[in-house]
Design a protein around this ligand. Structure first.
Ligand SMILES: NC(=O)C1=CN([C@@H]2O[C@H](COP(=O)(O)OP(=O)(O)OC[C@H]3O[C@@H](n4cnc5c(N)ncnc54)[C@H](O)[C@@H]3O)[C@@H](O)[C@H]2O)C=CC1
Ligand SMILES: CC(=O)C(=O)O
Ligand SMILES: [Mg+2]
Length: 615
């Protein structure tokens, strides 16, 4: 089934719609209810019969009217009673609640998405807080681990090492001409779960579901992609059910030329699509971003949109302490994890300090951040040998050469490889960020020491899923006598403190930033994703919590409000695109950007379907 606008003569679709008594406005109807040019009244399709009932983008399940059943040749193909969406929602929610485990819910929701996307998105939007934890972190992590066992049906596109030389033809196998957002992974660092190869597909699918539900991108305009360049995960390679290529990862020139072929193919078919790089391991993540950021409209979610939300969390945390956002340069921040997310987040913080004009130089900003990896602090090796405390700690393994991004954080005045406890004792940090993928990296001693010096320490264990968080919410509040300003990558429940008060938890996840970024970039048709967009995203989100919420430790609106967050972010990103001259969409005179963005957002509603054989 292909819906194709090109072949439908204007007069024929008008008369077709008119003969059915349907309204139209003076443009050919475009399929996709969120299209701002569409009056949301009709949807024209060349499909008929089971090609409609089996198409998740067209199917309404039981909700086809009798007239529709007649004109679309689906009489008798669905149960006789016409049941509207409210009843369908009741049914699917009941069935969902009957699922015993989060993974069973995940499988149920995937199946719903595969048969009726309108209903799926309505359900998701209505229960965003509850269901984000299923289609996204933490359950999506489990789904990735088990993806080859729970596989039912394909979604998205796979480009593998056996497709070398064929990619520019393969992109035409995708049935939709209009693609606005592509999320692509090579599955090399899936959340904190490591290399999961082709199983990583669940991540782009989950991200794009949030792009639609929160960011209002049209379901038919999103494309999840896996670049299957092999896997080094032995247990997957040895598993007879694994669905990816059965060889180790290709590296070096072979890897980069593979990605290059894919980018070229994608840009030839969808030149305006935004490409979001997702869960690529370090340093590939940075290398690809740097290679393509000025050539195609793209960004790296883990590096850049994580930096927006984490910066927003710190800025809101400052306000929660009664300080000003401009006091950021006075924070002493330990970042545990020196990979894509760690380095990306710290660059965002530094960009903000510089933009606020409160530091004399970028170097001064770097001096406020202490970065660590699994070997300890990025410090001065010359001082390590002389340092007495070094005698007490066994330091294992050789650190590979730090690259120029990480070098910026090396502290010349502190011994290399100090432990977290040692760094905390010496630095007296006000904030600690965890981006390691390793459960328990924030030790009790480190957090208790931190809380001795800072009344309201910012404690952000940001790794996903929850089983890989650097500490839990209970631990953070217990070790700080309930004083922590807490945010985690995956959701944790609020904690009841011994004094009966509530320790508020926040989810600090790039799901707060990427849907709005994508919305703003798509609406403005920005041909470049600029650093200002990420900084402004942080500013917008940091200002969303009310003073009362901040006082009790709530930094962001809840996940239930992700759509409002995306609208606010999307509007600002769109403005930035015009301000910085990277927008290519023409605005009509007098059009309010906020209205254009709002009106462009997809709403999951059934619209009457019209068949036209030449469409
Ligand atoms: N909350 C959010 O929105 C986001 C969270 N993340 C999470 O951040 C984590 C890391 O992601 P990436 O930076 O992309 O991975 P990465 O593999 O590029 O970096 C991981 C870093 O952690 C360091 N590390 C490993 N073990 C350590 C230990 N025991 N102590 C200190 N450092 C250690 C490594 O040396 C490396 O520098 C993942 O778990 C991911 O889920 C990533 C992006 C967004
Ligand atoms: C949230 C996310 O992008 C990650 O954990 O990788
Ligand atoms: Mg990610």
């Amino acid at each position: 089934m292909l819906l194709c606008r090109r072949t439908l003569a204007k007069s024929s679709w008008k008369s077709s719609a008119r003969s059915l008594g349907l309204r139209h406005y003076g443009v050919p109807p475009v399929v996709g209810a969120s299209d701002p040019r569409l009056d949301k009244t009709v949807q024209v399709t060349a499909s008929k019969g089971v090609n409609i009932t089996h198409d998740p983008l067209l199917s309404k399940g039981t909700a086809f009217s009798l007239a529709e059943r007649e004109r679309l040749a689906i009489r008798g193909l669905v149960p006789p009673r016409c049941q509207e969406m409210d009843k369908q929602l009741l049914r699917v929610k009941r069935n969902l609640d009957d699922c015993r485990t989060p993974l069973a819910k995940f499988v149920f929701l995937s199946a719903l998405q595969d048969r009726n996307e309108t209903l799926f998105y309505r359900l998701l939007i209505n229960h965003l807080e509850e269901l984000a934890g299923i289609i996204y972190t933490p359950t999506v992590g489990l789904a990735c681990l088990r993806s080859h066992s729970i596989y039912r049906r394909s979604r998205g596109m796979y480009f593998s090492t056996q497709d070398r030389g064929a990619m520019s033809a393969m992109v035409y196998n995708w049935p939709h001409d209009e693609v606005d957002v592509i999320v692509v992974t090579d599955g090399s660092r899936v959340l904190g779960l490591g290399d999961l190869g082709a199983n990583g597909m669940q991540i782009p699918i989950g991200k794009l579901s949030l792009y639609v539900a929160a960011g209002g991108i049209r379901p038919r305009a999103v494309l999840p992609v896996v670049l299957d360049v092999g896997t080094n995960n032995e247990s997957l390679l040895n598993d007879p059910l694994y669905l990816g290529m059965d060889h180790p990862r290709i590296e070096g020139e072979a890897y980069y030329s593979f990605v290059d072929e894919w980018i070229t193919a994608v840009k030839s078919r969808w030149p305006n699509a935004l490409i979001q790089f997702e869960d690529f391991k370090y340093p590939h993540a940075y290398n690809l971003l740097n290679k393509y950021r000025n050539k195609v409209t793209c960004f790296n979610d883990d590096i850049q949109s994580t930096s927006s939300i984490t910066l927003a969390g710190i800025l809101a945390g400052l306000k929660a302490r009664g300080r000003k956002q401009e006091d950021l340069h006075q924070e002493r921040i330990i970042c545990v994890g020196a990979g894509s997310a760690g380095v990306g987040v710290c660059e965002g913080i530094i960009d903000c300090m510089v933009a606020q004009g409160r530091v004399r130089s970028r170097d001064e900003a770097y001096s406020q951040i202490w970065m660590m990896d699994q070997h300890g602090l990025l410090g001065n090796p010359a001082l390590s040998a002389e340092d007495a405390t070094q005698q007490t700690v066994t330091r294992k393994g050789e650190r590979t050469q730090l690259d120029e991004r990480q070098q910026c954080y090396v502290k010349a005045d502190l011994p290399d490889r100090l432990t977290l406890e040692e760094v905390v004792e010496r630095v007296k940090p006000t904030a600690i960020l965890g981006l390691t993928g390793i459960r328990g990296v924030f030790s009790e001693k480190a957090i208790r020491t931190m809380a001795k010096y800072e009344e309201k320490p910012i404690v952000f264990p940001l790794s996903n899923p929850d089983t890989h968080a650097e500490c839990t919410a209970e631990e953070a509040f217990a070790w700080t006598d309930g004083r922590a300003i807490f945010a985690s990558g995956s959701p944790f429940a609020d904690v009841t403190l011994p004094n009966g008060k509530i320790g508020r938890t926040n989810q600090c996840n790039n799901s707060y930033s990427f849907p709005g970024l994508g919305l703003g970039i798509t609406v403005s048709r920005a041909n470049e994703v600029t650093p200002t967009m990420f900084l402004e995203t942080a500013r917008v989100i940091a200002d969303m919590a009310s003073p009362a919420q901040l006082k009790e430790g709530t930094l962001f609106p809840g996940v239930a409000n992700l759509r409002d967050v995306a609208l606010a972010v999307g509007t600002r990103v769109c403005e930035v695109a015009y301000e910085e001259g990277v927008a290519t969409a023409k605005l009509k005179e007098g059009e309010m950007l906020s209205e254009v963005v709002k009106n462009s957002m997809f709403q999951p509603e059934y619209v009457p379907l019209v068949h036209h054989s030449h469409y």
